[in-house]
Design a protein around this ligand. Sequence first.
Ligand SMILES: [Fe+2]
Length: 239
Amino acid sequence: MQTAVKMGHNVTGAQMSPKDSEAQLKATREVPPDVPGGPEKLALVRTREAAKADSIGSVPVPGSAKGMLKTAVNKLVGVSPEVLIDKLGERLAFERGGVRLYDALLAKAKAIDTLDKAMLQTLQHFRQEEAEHLGLVTAAMEKLGADPTAMTPCADVAGCINMGVMETIADPRTSLAQCLNALLTAELSDNAGWELLIDLANASGQGDIADSFGKALQQEQVHMQTVKEWLSQEVLGQV
Ligand SMILES: [Fe+2]
């Protein structure tokens, strides 16, 4: 596999053929878009659709009697447990996705003959930690009586956001640096996600759950910093 950027026969830019670019510009004037209207019309339609759209999903009612009781108790003190359950569901989806990202990158990394063995071991270690975080969030949801197998609205959104990251890493043609760039996007978001989740658990009166997430946040900070350094070394090493 290619590990460095190379010059090649790339004809995507206008500089390669000014004559064709002229023809292309002419075509944009002569062939109208399938849906009439420009960016203003598109914005209007988007606003109209957003105003009438239903939500992307809902947080399921806790299935267990214990969970329902906890939900009711928290409601009485003015806390909305569904916000915490939704965000726990998001973290669960994200960490599950994280395991898959590392699996995909590990498979690709094995195709690089020159890859540092220590890096492979660290990738494996990070993958294991993502899997452990999955268990941590599952335990927190069960403690609240929530169903960790249900997809919450924010879990759905997290899965959608991460599609591009997964697609980048799973593409056989992408280089290690390009994959690390994608992974950094996920790890940056993951760090911010854990920070917010800890604040939210505290604000929801779930200090024990917040405390149980402290180690995960520390591990995620190491993931982010390490991936950032790997990316830097990989790109600068090509110069
Ligand atoms: Fe991570």
